[in-house]
Design a protein around this ligand. Structure first.
Ligand SMILES: NC(=O)c1ccc[n+]([C@@H]2O[C@H](COP(=O)([O-])OP(=O)(O)OC[C@H]3O[C@@H](n4cnc5c(N)ncnc54)[C@H](OP(=O)(O)O)[C@@H]3O)[C@@H](O)[C@H]2O)c1
Length: 259
C-alpha cells in the first residue's frame, strides 16, 4: 500500500483528497490544529495525524524529522496547505519574519520536499504534487517580501508562481531519481474557506478541484516538471521560464531556508 502525505488535510480540498485516497493508501494527514487533525484522521482506518504550523520553518523541520524517523516509505506528497489572499488583515509575517504567504505557500513546501527527498527517492517511483494556482504574479526581486503597497491577492499569486518555479527546479534536480515533481491548478473558485475569506463567490466544487490532483496521484507516465491547468498541460506565467528569475529565486529560497 502506498503512503501519501497530504498537507492541510483538515478542510477544503485537502480533506476531499483524503476522503478520495483513504481506500487505496496509508494517509499521513497534516494539519496545524491538533484536535481537528486527530478528528479528521479518526475518519480513516490507516490515517496518521501530523501537526505543524507551516508559518514556522522549525515546525517544518520537526515534521520532516518525525516522518523520516517513523515512516518506512513515502510515495506521494501533496502540498495542498496554503493561505489565500484574504482575510484582509494587511501584511503579516511568519515566525521567521518572512512575508506570510510567501512563507506558507512557497518556503514551507520547498523545505519540506527537500527534507523528505531521501525517503521519496528510496520509495521511487514517487511523486511530489504542488497544488498551485492559475493566480500567478511575477516576483519583483526588489521587494519580494512586499514591504511596499501590500495586497493579499498579489502576495498569494506571487507565492504560487514561486511554488511553480520551484517545481521546475526540483524536477530538474530529481531527474532520473524516480521522483516526479509537478504543479497543478485544481479549479477556479472552489467552495472552500479560502474563497469565502477572500470575499469571492464560489463557482466550482472540491470534487472538480480534486480530479486533476488525483490524476497526478495515479499517473504512471513518469511525467515531471510540468504545470497543469486542471487536466491540461499548459504554460505557467512566463517568468517561470526565465532562467535569470529562476536562479534568483533559487538563491533567495536557499538563503531563507538556511540563513
Ligand atoms: N479554493 C480555490 O478556488 C483554489 C484555487 C486555486 C488553487 N487553490 C489551492 O488549493 C489548495 C487548497 O485550498 P482550499 O481552497 O482547500 O483552501 P482552504 O479550505 O482555505 O484550506 C487551506 C488549508 O491550508 C491549511 N493552512 C493554512 N495555513 C497553514 C499553516 N500556517 N500551517 C498549516 N496549515 C495551514 C489550512 O489549515 P487550517 O484549517 O488550520 O487553517 C487548511 O487545511 C491551496 O493550495 C490553494 O492555494 C485553491
Amino acid at each position: 500500500m502506498r503512503t501519501i502525505l497530504i498537507t492541510g488535510a483538515g478542510r477544503g480540498l485537502g480533506l476531499h483528497l483524503a476522503r478520495e485516497l483513504a481506500g487505496e493508501a496509508r494517509l499521513l494527514l497534516h494539519g496545524r490544529d491538533p484536535a481537528r487533525t486527530a478528528e479528521v484522521a479518526r475518519e480513516f482506518p490507516s490515517a496518521r495525524p501530523l501537526i505543524a504550523d507551516l508559518s514556522d520553518l522549525s515546525q517544518v523541520d520537526a515534521l520532516a524529522a518525525e516522518i523520516l524517523a517513523t515512516e518506512p516509505r513515502l510515495d506521494v506528497v501533496i502540498h495542498n496547505a496554503a493561505i489565500g489572499g484574504g482575510p484582509f488583515r494587511g501584511r503579516e509575517l511568519s515566525a521567521d519574519g518572512h512575508e506570510l504567504r510567501f512563507a506558507v505557500n512557497h518556503l514551507a513546501p520547498a523545505l519540506l520536499t527537500r527534507l523528505l527527498l531521501p525517503l521519496l527517492r528510496a520509495s521511487a517511483p514517487a511523486k511530489v504534487i504542488n497544488v498551485a494556482s492559475m493566480g500567478q504574479a511575477p516576483i519583483d526581486f526588489s521587494d519580494v517580501m512586499l514591504e511596499h503597497g501590500y495586497d493579499g491577492i498579489h502576495a498569494y499569486c506571487q507565492a504560487k508562481l514561486a511554488m511553480i518555479m520551484d517545481t521546475f527546479d526540483l524536477a530538474e534536480e530529481a531527474a532520473g531519481s524516480g521522483v516526479a515533481v509537478n504543479a497543478v491548478h485544481p479549479a477556479h473558485l472552489m467552495a472552500t474557506t479560502m474563497v469565502a475569506d477572500a470575499g469571492l463567490t464560489a463557482a466550482t466544487s472540491t470534487t472538480e478541484g480534486a480530479a486533476p490532483v488525483l490524476r497526478l496521484v495515479h499517473d504512471e507516465s513518469g511525467t515531471t516538471g510540468r504545470y497543469f491547468h486542471q487536466l491540461e498541460d499548459r504554460p505557467a506565467h512566463e517568468q517561470a521560464y526565465d532562467p535569470d528569475a529562476r536562479a534568483r529565486l533559487r538563491a533567495l529560497t536557499a538563503a531563507l531556508l538556511r540563513p
